[in-house]
Design a protein around this ligand. Structure first.
Ligand code: GLN
Length: 310
C-alpha cells in the first residue's frame, strides 16, 4: 500500500546528523555501574510507518537495554491476566512531578502513583502470574513477539549490576509489602523486574513496540493475535501522563505523543493509528531521558506535525 505520510530515509538522516553532538550535554547513566560502559556517541533513529515498513538511520545494529520501556509490556501482561480494575486498585492513574525512582506517595496514599514509575512497575511485574522467573519469561516472550525477533535475550552483566545496586527498588518493594499490596519473596519478584529491565534490543525493535501500541496491539506485519483497542488505549494514556516521568507534562506540550523512555537511552513513541518511532542515544538529561533521543523525536514530530494535539 502506498503511504503518502511515510517518513523517508533522507528525513531521518538529516535529523540524526543535526543532533549527533547533543550527547555532549548529557550523561550516561552510571548509578547502575554496568550501564556506565555504554558509548555515549552511539545514536540511532527508527520509524515503522503506517504500512509496517521500517526506515532507520545511525547505529541500528547497536543493542542497548530496554530498561523502563519494559514497564509498558509488563503492564500489558498484568492487565490481560488480572483485569484493569485489579491492577489499578493497587496503584493510581496519576501523573507525576517526581523522578522515576521516587517513593512517590507510597507513604501518604499507601500506593504507587502509576505503573510507569519504578514502584508501580515493580508491583505490576509482581502481579503477573507464575512462579520464579515465569513472569519475566512472559515479558521476554511478549517483546520477542511484538518485535518478531526470537534472538532477543537479557544482558546478564546489566542484570547482575542492577541486582547488586538496586537497593532503592528493594526498599520500595518492602514498603509495598508492608502496605499489603504484595506478598511473597522479595528477591524473587525483584529479580524479574531487574531481568526485564536488562532485556537487550535495537532501535528497530523499539520502533516496532511503539507501532504495536499505536495500532491496537496489532504487530507491524499485520499479526492480530493480541488485537485489543482498549488495552492499547490504556497503555498509551499511561505513556502520555508518565512515560517521561516528571518531564511528561512539558513533553506533552512540545512533542504531544505517548512515549516511554528508559535509562539505557531508548525512547519509544506511539503515533496513534499511524507509526511507531524510536530513538536511541545513551547520554541522558537530568530527568533520565535520552537527550539526543528527545531532540530527534522533537524535530521529527515538528517536521511532520505528528502531535496528537494538532
Ligand atoms: N532498571 C532501572 C531502575 O530500576 C530502570 C529505570 C529507568 O529506566 N528509568 O532504576
Amino acid at each position: 500500500i502506498r503511504d503518502t505520510t511515510a517518513i523517508d530515509q533522507a528525513t531521518l538522516n538529516t535529523i540524526l546528523e543535526k543532533n549527533r553532538q547533543c550527547y555532549k550535554q548529557g550523561k550516561v547513566a552510571d548509578y547502575i555501574p554496568e550501564l556506565g560502559k555504554a558509548n555515549a556517541q552511539s545514536i540511532a533513529l527508527s520509524v515503522v510507518n503506517s504500512n509496517g515498513t521500517v526506515v532507520s538511520a545511525g547505529d541500528i545494529q547497536q543493542k542497548f537495554t530496554i530498561q523502563s520501556i519494559s514497564k509498558i509490556i509488563a503492564l500489558m501482561i498484568a492487565v490481560k491476566e488480572n483485569g484493569e480494575a485489579t491492577i489499578f486498585e493497587k496503584m493510581g492513574y496519576f501523573g507525576t512531578d517526581k523522578p522515576f525512582n521516587h517513593f512517590g506517595n507510597l507513604e501518604t496514599m499507601g500506593k504507587p502513583l502509576n505503573p510507569m514509575m519504578n514502584a508501580g512497575a515493580i508491583l505490576t511485574t509482581a502481579l503477573i502470574k507464575g512462579k520464579g522467573e515465569e513472569p519475566f519469561v512472559k515479558i521476554l516472550k511478549m517483546i520477542r513477539f511484538i518485535t518478531n525477533n526470537e534472538h532477543i535475550e537479557y544482558n546478564h552483566a546489566v542484570y547482575n549490576s542492577e541486582r547488586e545496586t538496586g537497593h532503592r527498588n528493594r526498599g520500595m518493594f518492602y514498603i509495598m509489602r508492608n502496605n499489603g499490596l504484595i506478598d511473597g519473596e522479595g528477591e524473587e519478584k525483584l529479580n524479574n523486574y531487574f531481568k526485564q529491565c536488562s532485556i537487550e534490543i535495537t532501535v528497530e525493535d523499539l520502533a516496532k513496540i511503539g507501532y504495536f501500541f499505536a495500532h491496537h496491539c496489532v504487530r507491524y506485519d499485520g499479526n492480530k493475535e493480541y488485537l485489543d483497542p482498549g488495552l492499547s488505549q490504556l497503555i498509551q494514556s499511561q505513556m502520555l501522563i508518565a512515560g517521561m516521568y516528571e518531564f511528561s507534562g512539558e513533553y506533552a506540550r512540545t512533542v504531544g505523543l505517548p512515549s516511554k523512555s528508559g535509562v539505557g537511552g531508548g525512547i519509544t513513541v506511539s503515533v496513534p493509528g499511524k507509526m511507531g518511532i524510536a530513538a536511541f542515544s545513551p547520554a541522558l538529561d537530568q530527568h533520565g531521558n535520552s537527550l539526543a533521543g528527545y531532540r530527534m523525536i522533537f524535530d521529527l514530530v515538528k517536521a511532520r506535525q505528528l502531535s496528537i494535539f494538532n
